[in-house]
Structure formats: structure tokens, C-alpha cells
Design a protein around this ligand. Sequence first.
Ligand SMILES: *Cc1c(COP(=O)(O)O)cnc(C)c1O
Length: 351
Amino acid sequence: MLPREGIRIQSGYHSPQLDVKVKLNTNESPEGPPENFSDALVEKLKTIHWNRYPDRRAGALCEALAGLHGVERNNVFAANGSNEVLQTILLAYGGHKRTAAIFEPTYLLYNHICNLTSTNVVSFPRKSDFSIDEAVLEDVFAVSPEIIFICSPNNPTGKLEDPKLLIEILRRFKGLVVVDEAYGQFSSFSAVDLLPEYKSLVVIRTYSKTWALAGLRLGYALCDVAISEVLWETALPYHLDSFKQTAGELALSDSEAMSERIGNLIAERERIAKELLEMGFDVVPSQANFILFGSEALDAKLLWKSLVEKDVLVRDVTSFPKIGNRLRVTVGNHKENSFFLQKIKEIIAQQ
Ligand SMILES: *Cc1c(COP(=O)(O)O)cnc(C)c1O
């Protein structure tokens, strides 16, 4: 029996999980959560009534997230990773005979989750600097999508979308505008500030990157209560377990330590960008915790392989639509980044 069409994931999405010394391929935090997190979590877990179902609306967690972002608790919807948030949005607002617009290159999962939910996807090209072309908006509105996905900073380019363009879309478009800010903490602008003014805006955040909790699988949407209510209804009952609610709330109590880390990662990002530029690479200016880079003189796939042979794993994004001959490197800790830069220098010297 064959599965329904669209179930199979596009090849190239899953990054190979290779056993190397320096792993800079999936944009995770290079460090685990702060030192006292695990001990504090163990203590908290002792108070959970495991025989009972969890709080169906994750009240304490949503309250804490609302406090962090200066919104109300009922403006928050949380799920098992922001990918599940995306899926919930598409189950509720996408589906058969409905359309989502995306701007490629972008996060591959928009396309995949649209396929999973039988949502029609229309892809629009970005400009050569990877920003969204204002002129293309007429074409977007012409296909009357229900949803527009904007990843900002965009994965895999690192490009922050121009806030003016975002506001223009919010003003003119009647459907949902989903702004995926998986890398929002690393950038100079957040669409969260626009939430009070634009009721069709949904901002998505995740614990997987800055909060050093990719293993926890927790993400959330911030949006108008009319939308969050629909999302809570769409998700399966008790989809967020007690463990996750507890850990997610606890993680937020150390936001100062997190801000410090973000500062360090941004400084490291700029160091890597500068060194890659000096080596002659074309470097896309990044507002995220990764860098897209390439060189006409070097075949990206071969460079990827040479790096693996030297114990460094970066992301081969050459199969992503419209990325071309480039690789994506995640910003790691100082030592890892120096190791990566050293190895890439060695490869260039051997050319
Ligand atoms: C990493 C990433 C996510 C995070 O997904 P989770 O399911 O929360 O781990 C979401 N969107 C983009 C663009 C990402 O790069």
C-alpha cells in the first residue's frame, strides 16, 4: 500500500548525523543549558503528579513565555518544537484547496509540512541578495494564498527581512502572515513588536537554538487570541507533556545567562564572517547563528567532503532550491570555530 502523495520528505532535508569532532551543521547551541538547570529540573520533577494528565493549556509555561515577550498568556500557543507549531497552523488554516506562499530559498520544512497537510504551495523567488523582492508581492497577492510564510532571519541564508517590507505585507494581505523567528534572538529586529497592531501576524519561536534545548522539542507561536484559540483546538489534547511544560518554564528563569551567550555567539559569527571574507569567500551577511558562504573557485560539495575528512561537519545546502554553490556553517564555541577556520585554510592551501 502506497502512502498518500506528499508524505515522503524531499531528499537533502535531513542533515547526515556523522560522528565527527566538530559538528557545525544543525544550528544548535554549542553549549548545554546553564549548569544549574539539570539539578533544578530534577527537583521540580519530584513535584509532578505523573499519574495525572498535564495542564492541557500549559498555563504556567504560557504565562512565563507571555512575560518574556510582553504579551498576554492567551496570545501564546506552544507545541512540540516549532515544526509542530507550523503543522498545527497548516492543519487549521491550510489543507485541501488552500494555498501557502513561500519565498525560496527558505526553510525546507514549509514545503514539506504543506505537502503533509495537502496544502497547495506556491513558491516565489528572492532577489540575488536573498531578500524578498517587493515587485513580487503583486504576484503573491494574485494567487490569493491563505498563508504567507516569512522566515526572518532566513534559514539557510541568515538574511533578516526588511521590516518595512514586512509591514507592507501585513498592511495589504488579509490572510495569515507567519514570521518564523527561530533565530530571532540573534538579530536586530523582531516582529513581536508588531503584534499589537496586526491581528493576522503569527510569530514563531523555538527552544531549539538559543535556549540550548533542541533535545526538549518545544516551540511556540505568539499571535492574536482569535488565532491562538484555534491552534489550541487543533492540537491533540494534552499534546504537551508535564516534563516539557516544567522544563520549558524553568529554562526561562535564566534568561540573563542566555543573553550573555547570544552576545558571544554574535561576536563569534562576526569573527568567522571576517575570516572567510579574508580567505576570498563570498559571505552572505547573517543575523542568525550560522553563515552561508561559498566561492566560485571551490566546488561546495567537494569542500564539504574535505571538511568531513578533517573532522568538521557543516551543512551541504547545495540541493536547496536556488542556493547554488554554497555551504552553511553553524557558529559554534570559540574553539570549534577556530578549528573549522584552520581546516578550511588547510584545504585552500592544498588547492
Ligand atoms: C531550526 C528551525 C526551526 C526549529 O524547529 P524546532 O521544531 O523548534 O526544533 C524552525 N524554523 C526554522 C527556520 C529553523 O531553522
